[in-house]
Design a protein around this ligand. Structure first.
Ligand code: CA
Length: 468
């Protein structure tokens, strides 16, 4: 047996931290996911560099920002000839696999590379009786996608070469829209009302115009497919919004419950097989999600609910049980961290940093206290303006440059740029843009300088009108 740890990298799709009980959820329980946090470490400030599915996945695989890896929008794909952490692990003797969600393109140079085994959903894939592509060959499976991805992952772990370490990306489709639960959880929450979030009735005042312009409102923009049927007649607008929220959030949470059950099955197997001690188990999601927060149901914005990724990690050999970390880590830091554990030097092209020291509760001098974010997919799907910004431990500055810049998948309809500034200590829910408040006149130039420094550091280009 090798001393190098196995890595079980569990990721779901659109699972917000505030729908996990270990993060203090007010709306559900996730007892199996909580096991990872209780037996390991929970990160409270894990952020994605672009809050949308494929781009976040590309950032995780390559350790680079999207303008470097080329997957800026959902209209782009990830060129598999790039260096990724699975390739490096495979090259150094790890058995590598990916099962489930891929969403980075298919065929040509877009199929998974760097994996001894891959079996992935095409695009978003289906919840029921999904087709999957196993090593290039399409196969039809019967059953529920979360169960199937788990069964295939367990089969792969059981069939592995026990003399070499493994790295498995066990990646769920759930709880991505259209939120179709399995029969086991279909009636869950049927007789209760799920509490509405505090910002449910947000009217988008005191904000840049991007918030009001976005088309992701629970009361207006959820489709019959999202809601699994027509809205009842005779409701007041307020009643209708409440009804739609219950329909949406219950199905979302039912999909989460299946993920939780299935992760529990895998954790049980690791215990039974004696693998738990030498296996790093991670649970995360490609970004967060609005669970009715600000009256919304999607992601994309740099606002907290969508920016924050859940990140819990268990590795009994190195991580003290039940620990919590408030340092800032990013999706581009995952790849360098995995390489660190495998004893592989980080390539110069990787832009993130290993956070392994944080797992011993040691914060290295100069560890990041600010992060750079960029959403490129101007006006597509949910009409969110293209923006970039910086989040520090206390503030968030967002620049809606609102221009497609010729990006594939963005809509060419330029708007006037606007700034937003939030004081995260006084206004953690980001309801008041204080950009024009004289009390913040001193901090704004500092934040802009730091944002531009981070932008330069990762070789991105600032927007032509951003001369602040
Ligand atoms: Ca996603």
């Amino acid at each position: 047996m090798s001393d190098r740890p196995n890595i079980l990298f569990i990721m779901s799709d659109d699972h917000a931290a505030h729908a996990m009980s270990c993060y203090g959820s007010r709306i559900n329980e996730t007892p199996n996911l909580d096991r990872i946090a209780n037996e390991g470490m929970r990160f409270n400030n894990c952020f994605c560099t672009n809050a949308i599915c494929g781009p976040s996945r590309a950032a995780i695989l390559t350790g680079t920002y999207n303008h470097i890896n080329g997957m800026t929008t959902l209209g782009t794909k990830m060129d598999g000839r790039q260096l990724t952490f699975p390739k490096l692990l495979q090259n150094e003797g790890y058995q590598t696999g990916i099962v489930g969600k891929w969403h980075l393109g298919h065929g040509d140079v877009y199929d998974p590379t760097g994996f001894d085994y891959w079996n992935v959903l095409p695009g978003q894939g289906d919840y029921h009786n999904p087709t999957m592509t196993e090593m290039g060959e399409e196969k039809q499976y019967e059953g529920y996608v979360t169960d199937i991805i788990t069964d295939l992952s367990l089969d792969w772990i059981k069939d592995r070469d026990e003399d070499r370490p493994f790295m498995l990306m066990y990646h769920h489709k759930a709880p991505h829209r259209w939120w179709e639960p399995d029969s086991k959880h279909a009636d869950m929450y049927e007789d209760i009302d799920i509490p509405e979030p505090e910002t449910f009735w947000d009217d988008y005042q005191n904000r840049a115009s991007a918030a009001e312009a976005a088309k992701m409102r629970v009361d207006r923009d959820l489709s019959e497919r999202d809601l699994k049927g027509p809205t009842p007649e005779g409701l007041t607008p307020e009643e209708e919004k409440k009804w739609k929220y219950q329909r949406y959030i219950k199905d979302y949470l039912r999909c989460v419950a299946s993920v939780d059950d299935n992760v529990g099955r895998v954790l049980d197997y690791l215990d039974e097989s004696g693998l738990a001690e030498n296996t790093i188990v991670i649970y995360t999601s490609d970004q967060g999600f609005f669970l009715g927060d600000h009256g919304w149901d999607d992601k994309r914005f740099m606002y907290e609910e969508s920016l924050r990724m859940p990140f819990i990690i268990r590795y009994p050999k190195e991580i003290e049980a039940g620990t919590v970390n408030d340092d800032m880590i990013l999706n581009v830091d995952f790849a360098p961290t995995f390489l660190d554990y495998a004893g592989i030097d980080k390539p110069d092209t990787f832009q993130g940093s290993s956070f392994r020291p944080l797992l011993h509760s040691e914060t290295p001098d100069g560890w990041q206290t600010g992060m750079y974010y960029r959403y490129w997919m101007h006006l597509a799907h949910h009409h969110v303006y293209a923006h970039y910004g910086i989040r520090t431990l206390k503030h968030k500055l967002i620049y809606y440059y609102a221009d497609a810049l010729g990006q594939t998948g963005a809509v060419d309809d330029t708007k006037e740029p606007e700034w937003e500034l939030f004081d995260l200590e006084k206004d953690p829910q980001e309801m008041f843009n204080v950009y024009n408040d004289p009390a913040y006149a001193d901090i704004i130039p500092q934040l802009k300088d730091e944002m531009h420094r981070l932008q330069d550091k990762v070789d991105d280009e600032r927007y032509v009108k951003d001369v602040g």
